[in-house]
Each structure stands twice: as structure tokens, then as C-alpha cells.
Design a protein around this ligand. Structure first.
Ligand SMILES: [Zn+2]
Length: 180
């Protein structure tokens, strides 16, 4: 979750949390959701596809039991996450040094996307499958590439790998739930 956290710090265009279903317990580890599949789908269609397209990262966050919240779990301290985010920012600054209109991965034009988000054959196939399975739009396709670029930057990796890409695809969970 640490990396998800740092991604959220990097760019959080929409902080609004929504209930996953009418009763609010869909995906909850402790309580059972009593909504029907149709109810869940109808509820989620109120958040339309085009709107979801404009959000970079979708993550379902199950309610955390209070004991876990206050427990002394050994997660990565925010100071370390901050360092990683700053380093990823620096990589992006260097990358876009010659294009003043682009300051970060999220703002890449389609030309910049082609230049900085090249992926290998394995990743292309993975993305093709995801596009098909999740019925993704061209815009969602580009967002996945941009988020994958950021995930690789957070690891200071020069290239986007299939692992980075599949993590970025996972962040389109709402697309998946909407269409399956
Ligand atoms: Zn429910």
C-alpha cells in the first residue's frame, strides 16, 4: 500500500470518497454487502464512465478496524515515502526539461506519451487484454500508461515493465466493477 500512498501524494485530482454500493459494505472485510449485482451496478453508473476516465487512480479501500488503525504496525514512515515522491518528481522535471508546457507525467501530451512511455511486447499484450476485458476508453488507456510511468519513476526504473503496467491497470478498479 506504500506505493499507492505515494501515488496519491503525487497527484490526487479527486479526494472525494464514495460508498461502493447502496448499503456501503461492498468489499468490506467484516460486514456483508446485501446489495444485488444489479443494484451495485445501477448505483455505480451514477458515476459515469466519462467521469471515471478523468480520474487517474481508483482504489477500493475497505473499512479498517479501529484496532488496526491504532496498532503499531510497521508500515513505511511518511518521511521515507516523501523522499521517494520527491525523487520521482525530480526524474520528471529532468524528463520534461525541454517542454515547458509539461511538468509531470500526468500532463503528458500524446506526443510525449509516445516518447516516454514505450513498452515492450509483453506489456503491449497485457494492455491490449486489459483494454478488451475492462472495455477501456482511449483516455483510460493513456491514463494507465501515465500512471505506469509514475510507478516506474517511484522505483527509479528507466523503463516501464509489465509489473508497473499491471499495477497501473489495477488502479482502474471502478472501470472493472462497472463493466463486469
Ligand atoms: Zn451493499
Amino acid at each position: 500500500m506504500a506505493r499507492g500512498e505515494s501515488l496519491r501524494l503525487l497527484k490526487s485530482p479527486c479526494k472525494k470518497a464514495t460508498h461502493p454500493c447502496p448499503c456501503g459494505f461492498f468489499g468490506d472485510i467484516k460486514r456483508e454487502c446485501r446489495c444485488s449485482a444489479v443494484q451495485v451496478q445501477r448505483y455505480r453508473q451514477r458515476v459515469s464512465g466519462p467521469l471515471l476516465d478523468r480520474i487517474d487512480i481508483h482504489v477500493e479501500v475497505p473499512a479498517v478496524p479501529f484496532k488496526e488503525l491504532i496498532g503499531n504496525h510497521s508500515s513505511e514512515p511518511s518521511s521515507a515515502i516523501r523522499e521517494r515522491v520527491l525523487a520521482a518528481r525530480a526524474i520528471q522535471q529532468k524528463r520534461f526539461a525541454d517542454s515547458p508546457q509539461t511538468r509531470c507525467n500526468a500532463r503528458m501530451t500524446s506526443k510525449a506519451l509516445k516518447a516516454h512511455c514505450t513498452i515492450d511486447e509483453e506489456s503491449r499484450e497485457l494492455l491490449r487484454m486489459a483494454m478488451h476485458e475492462l472495455n477501456l476508453s482511449a483516455r483510460a488507456h493513456d491514463r494507465i500508461l501515465k500512471v505506469a510511468r509514475t510507478i516506474s519513476d517511484l522505483e527509479a526504473a528507466p523503463d516501464i515493465t509489465a509489473t508497473h503496467l499491471s499495477e497501473a491497470i489495477q488502479y482502474r478498479t471502478l472501470d472493472r466493477n462497472l463493466w463486469m
